[in-house]
Every structure is written in structure tokens, then in C-alpha cells.
Design a protein around this ligand. Structure first.
Ligand SMILES: C[S@@+](CC[C@H](N)C(=O)[O-])C[C@H]1O[C@@H](n2cnc3c(N)ncnc32)[C@H](O)[C@@H]1O
Ligand code: SF4
Length: 461
């Protein structure tokens, strides 16, 4: 997937393909999941998972942030109220205990991931408390992977030390862009020094994998300006990088509507120019491109997983953990295991009330039919590897691939004419230009996508 050759993307292509589309961190996508109260179904699925002798991955959502970044699309809660935070941790403890009980008690953890919001919003005592609650409900596997997301503006050296002592070895820092004008435009005001400082402190302490998040398509960004950011980021030399496309959703987020002027956003042409420049720049800098929007140093596990075709995609992006049950705890957290998806209550006070009452009631859920399990496999394979071996699928699912996906195949033939994909009886293979439109190329396999695109997704470019 290494793409150093110049890529010819015409304005017509951008116009044709720039339409709302899922990022496929799940299939079916979240808007398709059923809404309701799924306490019994969730308990049953956890019970079934408990009988499988496999370790799991635990995602812990810490929703709090001190200040709102106006571009943000995460599930977060801006506060300075210390009492709410303590109350939340008590609720989290109840949920973790409840999940472990429903799993039947003896599950091992292979991975723990703190996401947000901002996990480093918590002080050291609170961070220790969360780790303690996890360890008292689960057995942590030797060599288990502990990872967290951290905002450099609120992450102290002491917190980094404490987290290291607690076993965290992977850390992901939000940067977005290093240009102060862009930081101002997204109400973040993170300085270049803050980004350097947290990175170097983490490196000095011995964190083994450091990731930086960048976002392209933010207000006031230009290709020239972003190049400067990339040059500085390359000097920082993180092990991994995420370069996300700004998901601008004014219909979904009031802050996008109020605080981000559409006129300040780069045009789709500029956006694709930045994206292409990022591919070229990081390839030349020695990074391997992973899927659509990640980069890793060649010796990093993610790059090796891509090479060995063991790369996977889930809510946290690309991962090396093969088919591992992922259980999410905390407000709005998502679980993905045993061919089912669940999302917790998104409203903080209601989440805390219910959990305190020992009730775990996901508000969205889906148990996948066989047909969707197959389609999920197809979409994930294309998103992770940019190619799909047809005989593998025919053997695994006992079907005639082209016959089964006749409609999708016809759509792919059109993409083939435009040079985005190569089709043969053995293989679907995205071309380097096709890789830029991976989301579009996965969409023909999505049987839930309405033709009129009414679901609220961000544009694919
Ligand atoms: C939970 S945040 C990271 C941790 C921490 N809260 C921070 O801001 O540093 C996860 C990442 O999602 C990305 N992100 C958030 N909102 C986005 C949006 N609307 N479009 C694209 N990426 C977004 C940002 O790169 C952000 O760093
Ligand atoms: S980008 Fe991070 S710090 Fe900013 S509001 Fe979103 S979750 Fe909070």
C-alpha cells in the first residue's frame, strides 16, 4: 500500500465521489443499530462470551474535557465539577463489576484502552482508582497492552509517570495541527512546545509506542500550512500517526454549526491536495501507510500486521488484535463482540443513575445476521488491506462471490473503468487512487445504505 508515485485525482472525480459515507469502524454502521433498552440481550451475550476461553479487550470511556474544541466529534462532557467526576468513577466501578459478573468472573484482559474525552482529565489518584477497579474485577494477561489517549494541554509529567508505573506503554496525543492560527480557530490553543514536551517526556519515561493525531480539512488549513505541520511532526518522529479527515457535521453537532464557518473550510480540492501531500510526505519520510488514514514506522506492530494481513479495524481505528471481543464501559461506550454491537446510554446523569442501580442497559444494539457477518468481513478486508481474495471468501462462506454480490460487482465495474479498482476472478484490488476513495469502494457492499444518503455521515473527501 506504499504510494510514492504522484496520483492523478481530477476535480470531476472529487465532485463525483465526495458524498456522505460511513468510515466503517463498524458494519452495519451505528445509525442502523436498533434503538431500545437491551439489558437482557446484553446480559445474554456477555454470558455467552464468558463461556469462551479467550481474553478480551476493555475500552474505558472517560468523557470529561476542560474546554471544548469546536471541531470535536467525540462523546465528551465539558466540566470543572469535581463532584460529578467522583460520581462518574463510582458508576464506572459499578459497571465494571457488573460486566465482569455477567461474563461469569474468569475473563482475562489482553488489552485495556482508556479513551475519551480526555482520560488525563483525571488526576493521579483517580487514574490509580480506575486501574484498581479493573484489576479487582479482571485478571490482566501477562504482557497485556495498556493504552490511553491524552490531551497534551492537560497532561502533566507526573501523570505520565504515574500512568507508566501503572503499566501503560502506549499513548496517543491529540495534536490536530501545529499552526497557532488553526489551534485558535478550533478553540484549542495547544502550543507547539506543549506537543513537543509531552511527546519527549513520554519517550524519556520509556513509553514504547507514541501516536499523534492530526486532522486535515480544519478551518483555515491550507496545503502549504499543513506541510509545515508535517515537517515538524516528522521531526517529532512518533511511532504512529493518525491523519483524520475532518468530519464536519453541522446537522449533528451544534458547535460545528455555530463555531465553524463553512467559508473557512478548505475546499474539497484543497482537502484532497492535503491528503495526497500527506501520503507522499510520510512515505518519503519512511512511514508505512496503514489503511486509509494511519501511518506507522516500518518496525511498528501495525505496519507488521498490515504486511502479515492480520490488521483489523474497530471503533478505535486500526488494531493488531485479531477478532478479540471488545467490551466498552462508561457513558456512550461501544462494545463489539460475539457478532453483536452495543452502545451504552449517552446521557451522563442517566447513565450514572442506572449503573448505580446495577442496571446495564445499552440503548443501541444489533445482533448480526449471517449475511451481515459476511458483508462486515468483506468491508473490513477492503478497508484494512485494499484487496480481497475471492477464493478465500468462497471457501469460508460457501458461496459464489460474484453471483452473491452481483449488484455490488456491477458498481465496482464502473469504478474499474475510472481506474479505482482492478477486478479479476481471484481478486478485488484497489489501485493507489482507489485507496483514496476506500469508503466509496466499500459502500456497494453495504446493504443498509439508503440510496438517498439520508443517514448523517460526513463527506468521504
Ligand atoms: C478523544 S480525542 C483525543 C484525545 C484528547 N481528547 C485530545 O483532544 O487530545 C480523539 C481524536 O479524534 C479526532 N477527532 C475528534 N473530532 C474529530 C472530527 N470531527 N473529525 C475528525 N477527527 C476528529 C482528533 O484527532 C482527536 O485527537
Ligand atoms: S478534541 Fe479531545 S479535548 Fe477537545 S473536546 Fe474533543 S475530546 Fe475533548
Amino acid at each position: 500500500m506504499q504510494t510514492t508515485a504522484p496520483l492523478e485525482v481530477t476535480p470531476e472525480m472529487i465532485q463525483r465521489y465526495n458524498r456522505p459515507g460511513p468510515r466503517y469502524t463498524s458494519y452495519p454502521t451505528v445509525p442502523i443499530w436498533k434503538e431500545g433498552q437491551f439489558a437482557d440481550d446484553y446480559a445474554e451475550c456477555l454470558g455467552n462470551e464468558g463461556k469462551i476461553d479467550q481474553p478480551i479487550s476493555l475500552y474505558v470511556h472517560i468523557p470529561f474535557c476542560r474546554q471544548l474544541c469546536t471541531f470535536c466529534g467525540c462523546n465528551k462532557y465539558i466540566t470543572n465539577n469535581k463532584q460529578i467526576v467522583e460520581q462518574y468513577l463510582t458508576a464506572l466501578e459499578m459497571e465494571i463489576t457488573g460486566v465482569a459478573a455477567r461474563l461469569g468472573g474468569a475473563k482475562k484482559l489482553a488489552q485495556v484502552h482508556f479513551g475519551g474525552g480526555t482520560p488525563t482529565f483525571l488526576n493521579e489518584t483517580q487514574l490509580r482508582r480506575v486501574v484498581r477497579m479493573i484489576k479487582s474485577s479482571f485478571e490482566v494477561q501477562d504482557g497485556g497492552e495498556w493504552a490511553l489517549e491524552a490531551n497534551p494541554r492537560v497532561t502533566s509529567d507526573q501523570q505520565l509517570e504515574t500512568l507508566f508505573e501503572l503499566g501503560f506503554r502506549r499513548i496517543s496525543f491529540g495534536v490536530q495541527d501545529l499552526d497557532p492560527a488553526i489551534q485558535r480557530a478550533i478553540n484549542r490553543n495547544q502550543t507547539v512546545e506543549q506537543s513537543w514536551h509531552t511527546l519527549e517526556t513520554a519517550r524519556g519515561l520509556g513509553y514504547q509506542s507514541i501516536n499523534l493525531d492530526l486532522v486535515y480539512g480544519l478551518p483555515l488549513q491550507t496545503p502549504q500550512g499543513f506541510l509545515k505541520t508535517m515537517e515538524e511532526v516528522n521531526r517529532m518522529r512518533p511511532d504512529r500517526l493518525a491523519v483524520y479527515s475532518f468530519a464536519y457535521l453541522p446537522g449533528m453537532f451544534k458547535t460545528h454549526e455555530r463555531a465553524i464557518k463553512a467559508d473557512d473550510l478548505p475546499s474539497p480540492e484543497q482537502k484532497i491536495e492535503i491528503y495526497l501531500e500527506a501520503i507522499r510526505f510520510f512515505a518519503e519520510a519512511g512511514y508505512v501507510m496503514i489503511g486509509m488514514d494511519h501511518y506507522a514506522l516500518p518496525e511498528d506492530e501495525l505496519a507488521l500486521a498490515q504486511q502479515n494481513k492480520t490488521l483489523h479495524r474497530n471503533f478505535m481505528g486500526y488494531t493488531t488484535l485479531h477478532n478479540m471481543a471488545q467490551i466498552g464501559v462508561g457513558v456512550s461506550a461501544i462494545s463489539d463482540f460475539g457478532d453483536s454491537y452495543w452502545q451504552n446510554q449517552k446521557e451522563l446523569s442517566q447513565y450514572m443513575e442506572e449503573v448505580a442501580d446495577n442496571q446495564l442497559i445499552p440503548r443501541r444494539g444489533l445482533r448480526l445476521e449471517k449475511e451481515d457477518q459476511l458483508r462486515r468481513d468483506v468491508i473490513e478486508t477492503l478497508m484494512c488491506h485494499g484487496e480481497l481474495l475471492i477464493p478465500d471468501f468462497e471457501m469460508r462462506y460457501q458461496l459464489n462471490f460474484r453471483k452473491h454480490f452481483q449488484k455490488a460487482w456491477t458498481e465496482l465495474e464502473q469504478f474499474q473503468e475510472e481506474g479505482l479498482v482492478n477486478l479479476s476472478p481471484e481478486k478485488i484490488r484497489l489501485t493507489p487512487i482507489g485507496m483514496l476513495f476506500t469508503r466509496n469502494l466499500a459502500m456497494p457492499f453495504d446493504r443498509h445504505l439508503p440510496d438517498n444518503g439520508v443517514l448523517n455521515f460526513s463527506n468521504t473527501v
